[in-house]
Write a protein that binds this ligand. Structure first.
Ligand code: AMP
Length: 189
């Protein structure tokens, strides 16, 4: 089994690279952002709760995202592995993912972080908002808050995975194919 966490700020290319990884290695992508957006589109109770927080660039409650991750893992027994995109986003989520994996005798193999400067991130997210009509990508102030939140709350998780000897960083400002080739090198090492 192969389990990878793609790590990095919003707009760093995690979604794009996840799609390439799942295609090449036959894995299941778990994007908490995509799962939440689909709940918002369905106007479910969870979606209505999440939308308010997403609209202001805040994180959704840990219990909600952890429940979604647990369901996805449960729904895919015996699969070749998972690519986590946008999860974990704080230490508590990282610890709970370890617990969820431990009880199933699974293991995170690699955490790959994509490095992109802040100005480029904001430009990319606003462009994505225009192209894909994503409700949470269109307001510059909210987008800036999301990027700020990554640096204040999420980036610190890198230490958690450095200690576990699972962490690598890559330049996320080259081309999609060059970044993917770098990820494959890490996986095949
Ligand atoms: P993303 O597409 O990964 O940038 O996620 C979009 C939004 O969904 C974020 O700005 C958060 O409001 C929410 N979200 C996604 N993943 C998580 C998570 N792991 N924990 C809390 N909130 C999340």
């Amino acid at each position: 089994m192969l389990n990878i966490i793609l790590f990095g700020p919003p707009g760093s290319g995690k979604g794009t690279q996840s799609k390439k990884i799942i295609e090449k290695y036959g894995l299941i992508q778990i994007s908490t952002g995509d799962l939440l957006r689909s709940e918002v589109m369905m106007k479910s109770e969870l979606g209505l709760k999440a939308k308010e927080l997403m609209m202001t660039g805040k994180l959704v409650n840990d219990e909600i995202v952890i429940g979604m991750i647990d369901n996805k893992i449960r729904e895919n027994p015996g699969c070749a592995g998972f690519v986590f995109d946008g999860f974990p986003r704080n230490i508590k989520q990282a610890q709970i993912l370890d617990d969820l994996f431990l009880t199933r005798k699974l293991n995170i193999d690699f955490v790959v972080s994509l490095l992109v400067n802040e100005e480029e991130l904001i430009k990319r997210i606003l462009q994505r908002g225009r192209e894909q009509n994503r409700f949470d990508d269109q307001n510059e102030l909210i987008v800036k808050n999301r990027v700020k939140l990554y640096f204040s709350e999420t980036k610190i998780i890198s230490d958690y995975y450095i200690k576990q000897n699972k962490f690598s960083s890559l330049n996320g400002e080259t081309t999609i194919d060059a970044i993917f080739a770098d990820i494959c090198k890490i996986v095949q090492k």
